[in-house]
Structure formats: C-alpha cells, structure tokens
Design a protein around this ligand. Structure first.
Ligand code: ATP
Length: 269
C-alpha cells in the first residue's frame, strides 16, 4: 500500500511546450528547482544558497502539477508526488513514516523533485473538523519539518508543494529554510487561454473554429477546464457523427463544462 500514496515518474513526459501561459512562474520554478540540480556550480561560484522549497498556490486546475512535472522532465529528475490529503485520510497512523519513506526514496532516486500536493491537509494552522486525525496530522507535519531542516539546500533533492489555501498554512512551513519561496499560480489571462486552447485542440480536426472567440467565451476558466472543453467539444462532434469539430460544438462544450463545475461548487458548500 505504501506505493499508492506516492506516485513516481522518471523524467515525466511533460515539457514546457505543454504549459500555456505561466512564463514568469516557470522561470521562477526553474531558478529554485531546476538550476540548483543542473548547474550547482553557478550557485557555488556566486556564493548564494538556492531556496530550499517552493510553494505554489492558486485555484485547482491552473497547472501547478504540470509545471512541477515539466521542470522534472527538463532537469532529467525523478518526480515523486505525494498527496497530502490521501496521506491524511487514507493512511491514518502511517503519516510520519510515509514522510520519512518519501525522503528516503527521493535520496535513493536522486536527482529528484518531491512534490507534495494539497499540503494544507498536513500543514494547516487549525484542524478544521477536529476529528481524531489531528494529533496524528501534527506528527506528520513535524516529520516533514524535520526532513526539510535536515537536508542540504545544495543537495540533489528539491522540494515543491502546492495548495489552494495558502492562507490556512501553518507559518512554521513558510519559515526561512523551509518553503521560503511562494509563488502564485492564478487563472489564465487572454493570451494564456489562447496558448492553452492551442495546446489542447492541436489534435482535433476542426472547421471554422475561431480560437480568439473561444478565448472570450472561456473567461474565468482554468487550464483544466479548457482541456475539458476541448475534449467535450470533440465528444459532441463524435456523438453527432460529424467530420469536424465545429464552433457550435465548442459553444455547447463551454456551457456544459461551466455548468458541471458550478454544480460541483454548490456541492462543496
Ligand atoms: P490541483 O490543485 O487540482 O492539483 P493543479 O494546479 O495542479 O491543480 P494541474 O494538475 O496541473 O492543476 O492541471 C490539470 C490539467 O489541466 C493538466 O494536466 C493540463 O492538462 C491542464 N492544464 C492546467 N493548466 C494548464 C496550462 N497552463 N496549460 C496547459 N494545460 C493546463
């Protein structure tokens, strides 16, 4: 069962070409994560310590995991993802040990990038639900802090984390020597949406589809939603047995994906 909570990929099959927009964010992540792995001598020559960990925050589906995988690919590093919420909800009593295992594995498979998704599940200021997990969650967090304190900024294991709720994080996680770089990944603007639309429609056979019109129609959507819209437009065309995906198919797909996500939002409340 130990492997399930961790997902390991050797040099993931995602490159910067698969990421729409987010140019500055990518550059920041490369500085903090990739260059210390690929050109450590520059940091040494200049005499600067690379940041120990970088935290990405922003709405779900905006490309945080995607950036992390692309950087791992670029650095030819092993990508090891651990889900904070799975750790807390499915592996009760094993949290601290799993965190220890995570870092052991990363050292064995180095150069490696450790990516802790939904870190707020382990590192929240308060426990929201007050369930029995809280003392255990606290132990898991202490173990994570100990692992981070115990290793060298210049080593060939880099740590990234992601959250949708940066406001809830325990300040202990954000102290110097821990996640000392914080980077916002926000909703894509028009030019980013155009790039994302191009990426996810590249394989579709389309007729008279104006991506610039779609940029307008997809205001306030995430990259993940744009991907879903492209797939849905294709599925509608399949269902109608068309030869091409049409603009109308895209318009229907936008409505469908927006409606679906709205109901999900309501279900959360
Ligand atoms: P979560 O907080 O839910 O983990 P996330 O920010 O990590 O979300 P990703 O897992 O990176 O989101 O995005 C999900 C999928 O949406 C990606 O695999 C990709 O296909 C698509 N996607 C999201 N953002 C972008 C983007 N900027 N460019 C291209 N595709 C994107």
């Amino acid at each position: 069962t130990r492997v399930r909570v961790m997902e390991l990929e050797e040099s993931p099959n995602v490159s910067f070409k698969n990421v729409g927009g987010l140019k500055e964010e990518i550059e920041e992540v490369r500085e903090a994560v990739e260059y210390p792995l690929t050109k450590p001598e520059v940091f040494e020559r200049i005499g600067v310590e690379p940041p120990k960990g970088i935290l990405l925050y922003g709405p779900p589906g905006t490309g945080k995991t995607l950036i992390a995988k692309a950087v791992a690919n670029q650095a030819n590093a092993t990508f090891i993802r651990m889900s904070g919420s799975e750790l807390v909800h499915k592996f009760i009593g094993e949290g601290a040990q799993l965190v220890r295992d995570l870092f052991t594995l990363a050292r064995e498979r180095s150069p490696a990038i450790v990516f802790i998704d939904e870190i707020d599940s382990i590192g929240s200021m308060r426990t929201q639900d007050g369930t029995s997990g809280s003392a255990e969650v606290q132990r898991t967090l202490m173990q994570l802090l100990a692992e981070m304190d115990g290793f060298d900024n210049r080593g060939n294991v880099r740590i990234m984390a992601a959250t949708n709720r940066v406001d809830m994080l325990d300040p202990a996680l954000l102290r110097p020597g821990r996640f000392d770089r914080i980077l916002e990944v926000s909703l894509p603007d028009e030019s980013a949406r155009l790039e994302i639309l191009k990426i996810h429609s590249s394989k579709l056979n389309m007729k008279n589809v104006d991506l610039l019109d779609l940029v307008k129609l997809t205001e306030n959507t995430t990259g993940a939603e744009i991907q879903a819209i492209c797939r849905e437009a294709g599925m509608i065309a399949v269902r109608k047995d068309l030869n091409y995906v049409t603009m109308k198919n895209f318009e229907d797909a936008v409505l469908k994906v927006r409606k679906k996500n709205k109901t999900e939002d309501i279900m959360y409340i």
